[in-house]
Design a protein around this ligand. Structure first.
Ligand SMILES: NC(=O)c1ccc[n+]([C@@H]2O[C@H](COP(=O)([O-])OP(=O)(O)OC[C@H]3O[C@@H](n4cnc5c(N)ncnc54)[C@H](OP(=O)(O)O)[C@@H]3O)[C@@H](O)[C@H]2O)c1
Length: 258
């Protein structure tokens, strides 16, 4: 199985690292982009390839450039080069319909992975195009299982999924940074403060997932009535924490609509 990446930015790099950690041979991965592809190839042992060669030689082609680059990139390639090719698009805001119009002869999957792919932890949303075969569907599922897990979603849910799972790593990092700052404010050195913050996030997520708890169960388990954690929760609630998060998700979903 040969994989070809058009684009070598943050997401492509995370997925390439994730595939290699999952056992894919670097020799079976090709990459092309104007500038970054060569250094990604040097770092990982995958191959830089010219676009036409990459498309011709790959069983699965990943579109990992920016949505606004789609037309330009396709325009200068021969019209028939995507004939019967299996294409996975990572393009955040490009609909399945737009992809199918741009690449009418290809089998297309729209997907939204995230940069946690590097650690086998991307929850990816996928939607299959209408022309995709059962065999290709299985190849796509195998691909996403190598970098985490996947969920099939109707396309109407992609913007919300993107805001939470795609942009989410940045929001979680923001919360981690805020916990770190709070620890620094109490006189703890920045390095120790960051370790405390990250290990607390890691342990709490693991606790929720492995014990299959609802968030409120863990809140109740830690915040005994009248205790110090309960005072912290009351303070978050007074500041309308849930709405702060909801507004940030809406701002992310509504990007570009104003
Ligand atoms: N980052 C995320 O967490 C995330 C999550 C979900 C979806 N996405 C989607 O994934 C895509 C990539 O995002 P990103 O964050 O990885 O962006 P990025 O870091 O800005 O990378 C964009 C890549 O596109 C490449 N590119 C530009 N022109 C090209 C061309 N003619 N042929 C091939 N490649 C070309 C760039 O190459 P050079 O570096 O060589 O210029 C760069 O490697 C976007 O469509 C985004 O919506 C990203």
């Amino acid at each position: 199985m040969k994989y070809g990446f058009l684009g070598a930015g943050h997401l492509a790099s995370a997925v390439v690292f994730g595939l290699i950690k999952a056992g894919v041979q670097p020799d079976d991965i090709f990459v092309n982009s104007p500038a970054s592809a060569r250094s990604l190839a040097d770092k990982t042992g995958i191959h830089y390839a010219e676009e036409k060669q990459l498309i011709g030689d790959s069983d699965l082609i990943v579109l990992a450039f920016l949505p606004e680059q789609l037309k330009k990139i396709i325009q200068h390639l021969p019209a028939d080069c995507f004939q019967n090719k299996l294409i996975i698009s990572f393009l955040g805001s490009t609909s399945l319909d737009e992809l199918q119009k741009s690449l009418p002869a290809a089998e297309i999957v729209r997907s939204l992975p995230n940069v946690n792919a590097e650690f086998d932890r991307s929850l990816t949303s996928i939607i299959f195009g209408s022309t995709i075969s059962e065999k290709s569907k299985q190849l796509v599922k195998d691909f996403f299982n190598k970098i985490g897990s996947f969920v099939e979603l109707p396309e109407k849910d992609f913007p919300a999924f993107s805001a939470i799972a795609g942009s989410g790593p940045a929001f979680v990092a923001l919360f981690a940074q805020s916990l770190q700052k709070a620890a620094i404010n109490q006189g703890i050195d920045p390095e120790t403060a960051l370790t405390i913050s990250l290990k607390t996030l890691e342990g709490s997520t693991e606790n929720l997932l492995s014990r299959q708890l609802l968030p409120n169960d863990l809140i109740k388990a830690v915040a005994s009535p009248g205790g110090s954690t309960a005072d912290g929760i009351v303070s978050f609630e007074k500041d309308d924490f849930a709405n702060i998060v909801n507004r940030a998700i809406l701002a992310t979903i509504n990007h570009g609509t104003k």
